[in-house]
Design a protein around this ligand. Structure first.
Ligand code: MLT
Length: 270
């Protein structure tokens, strides 16, 4: 059973967290401009063995705050969630894409509370100037034209071109999230990502068990690029998931859950 709880974070912001199951805590951090429902198959499929938590990050889903923030602020929000649900216990944080940027900041700021890290379809590098310019353009445009108009071009790039059973439901679910994202949240998210820190030089300092995951057809964070940086993390294992693009948790949930469950059971140091 999935419970939805609302907790107050710093500055009086309200954050909704989906919570399911008991056991070692797995905290899932969604991508941009999505919300916790991208993790529905993990909340359902992993909560028989683990306590799965999936927050709506600032401004997304039903969480509040459309003011400017940084990726470091989002990492501190995760620490608030950890403290609320797990108290003194260590957790595993799993972030996809933008969620991966937040997971890396969480490691840097609160790494002593991590039993392991899962980085899915993400990258440690900061953006080059063209990407920053595109982000700032979207941040401006979305307020004028609305979220769907500003973000719908992302949709084909999120998915593998395979039309496996269930693919159309995935497209519809993603479109629903893009449509319901608040323009101000999209703008604040783009600004925060444009300003984020580079982690490439810090990968060698990650000593905790780490699982890296990437879809074979991910056009945003490609497997080739992921292989290049994953091998710089001492304790990292890389799994490339067949028939998935940028969204393996939604496109190929069984394969994704299998990799995560194996990592939590055999590698994470809870
Ligand atoms: C995401 O899926 O979170 C975005 O593609 C991240 C980004 O824009 O860098």
């Amino acid at each position: 059973m999935i419970h939805k709880l609302t907790i107050a974070t710093r500055g009086g912001n309200m954050m909704q967290v989906a919570s399911a199951g008991n056991g070692p805590v797995l905290l899932l951090v969604h991508g941009f401009p999505l919300d916790h429902t991208m993790w529905n198959a993990q909340l359902a499929g992993l909560s028989d063995r683990f306590h799965v938590l999936a927050p709506d990050m600032r401004g997304f889903g039903v969480s509040t705050n459309f003011d400017a923030y940084s990726i470091a602020d989002l990492a501190d929000d995760l620490e608030h969630v950890r403290y609320h649900f797990a108290n003194q216990k260590q957790i595993v944080v799993c972030g996809l894409s933008m969620g991966g940027y937040v997971a890396l900041e969480y490691w840097r700021r609160h790494g002593k509370n991590l039993a392991g890290l899962i980085l899915a379809d993400t990258k440690p590098q900061a953006d080059d100037e063209n990407v920053v310019a595109a982000r700032l353009e979207m941040a401006q445009r979305v307020v004028e034209v609305g979220s769907w108009e500003a973000t719908r071009g992302m949709l084909p790039r999120l998915l593998s071109t395979c039309r496996a059973t269930g693919c159309d439901t995935v497209t519809a679910d993603l479109a629903r999230m893009l449509r319901r994202a608040q323009p101000k949240a999209v703008a604040a998210g783009q600004q925060a990502m444009a300003d984020r820190a580079a982690f490439d030089a810090m990968l060698k300092d990650i000593q905790i068990p780490t699982q890296v995951i990437c879809g074979t057809h991910d056009a945003i964070c490609t497997p080739e690029h992921t292989r290049e940086w994953a091998c710089k993390i001492a304790n990292a294992q890389l799994d490339i998931i067949e028939n998935a693009g940028h969204m393996p948790p939604m496109e190929t949930p069984s394969a994704f859950n299998q990799v995560v469950a194996r990592f939590l059971t055999t590698d994470a140091s809870y």
